[in-house]
Design a binder for this molecule. Structure first.
Ligand code: FES
Ligand SMILES: [Fe+2]
Length: 313
């Protein structure tokens, strides 16, 4: 099944604390130039980048005024909520056509999400609130931002790839299952990890994709933690992946910071091993599979639902 274009869903476009008050950032996702800014109320907004007047990029030099952004070229102002022009400082009438496309944005769990749908349909699922986020004892995500030259389907296939844990991550998995249900895709696994620093950690995890680009892993290991893996296509051949961990340090008396740094680094090392594979592999439309592989067929059917091309077929 060929997956054309970009998937539909909620995608992380920024970490909340990376976008300050009144800050403006140019962004590019889904092959589209856009501007992300935080209004004076604290609300984040995303608009298409190019001004309808003479085409300036609002993300390069644009300024926040209230809940609007002012174009750096001739100072037209556009509403964050709907992209309509609300002021042209030197004209009496504002033309109807003076607007830029706006995109639906939501801020939750310390993350800024954008809804993307090629047909412009409304969101049909919610981003669940993480109960422990910003609660006493839990750390922030401290997410790393990685640029990866691959198609998101390669990243998603990890969810069903039972057999790569050993060879790639040096992790022993003794129990594994997948479940696919609506927009949700789950992996449950139990096993033993062998961290770089020596020793072994028994772990039990549940990884849940909420739609095609946002995954949380609840991990019961040395310390309870939640991993974030959020990937958003930049264009057809590359993506941004944000990878972080919220760790519960409420029972740690001392050395929490050192542990956290070490833990994150171990995760990132493991993760770079996946990345190296993705950046150099080909995609097999019809792979040769064996009984010990995970449910790759189920995963591919689940993932295809987020693409126009597949649902039209
Ligand atoms: S190009 Fe934006 S106001 Fe002129
Ligand atoms: Fe992996």
């Amino acid at each position: 099944m060929e997956l054309k274009g970009y998937p539909r869903g909620w995608f992380v476009i920024e970490i909340s604390k990376e976008l300050g008050a009144n800050e403006v950032k140019p962004i590019k996702y889904f092959g589209r130039d856009m501007v992300l800014f935080r209004g004076e109320s604290g609300e984040p907004y995303v608009l298409d980048a190019y001004c309808p007047h003479l085409g300036a990029h609002l993300g390069h030099g644009g300024k926040v005024v209230g809940e609007t952004i002012r174009c750096p070229f001739h100072a037209w102002r556009f509403e964050g909520n709907d992209g309509k022009c609300v002021e042209v400082p030197y004209a009496k009438r504002i033309p109807q056509k003076a607007c830029v496309r706006h995109h639906r944005v939501q801020e939750k769990n310390g993350l800024i999400f954008m809804w993307h749908c090629p047909r412009n349909s409304e969101p049909d699922w919610e981003i669940p609130t993480i109960e422990h986020y910003a609660k006493d004892g839990w750390t922030e995500w401290d997410a790393a931002l990685l640029y990866i030259k691959t198609h998101p389907k390669e990243v998603v296939e990890n969810l069903a790839d039972k057999a790569h844990f050993g060879p790639v991550h040096g992790t022993w998995v003794d129990w594994f299952e997948n479940e696919f249900n609506g927009h949700i895709g789950i992996q449950r696994a139990r096993g033993v990890a062998y961290p770089r620093g020596g020793g072994e950690d028994r772990f039990e995890l549940q990884s849940t994709y909420y739609g095609p680009g946002y995954m949380l892993t609840e991990m019961r290991s040395v310390l309870p933690n939640i991993l974030l893996l959020a990937h958003t296509p930049i264009d057809e051949n590359s993506l941004h992946l944000r990878f972080g961990a919220m760790i519960d340090l409420s029972n740690v008396r001392q050395g929490g910071e050192k542990f956290t740094a070490q833990y994150r680094e171990n995760l990132l090392i493991g993760f770079r091993e996946d990345i190296q594979l993705w950046e150099n592999k080909v995609y097999r439309e019809r792979p040769v599979l064996v009984d010990g592989d995970g449910d790759l067929g189920g995963l591919r059917r689940w993932y295809a639902q987020f693409y126009e091309s597949a649902s039209a077929a």
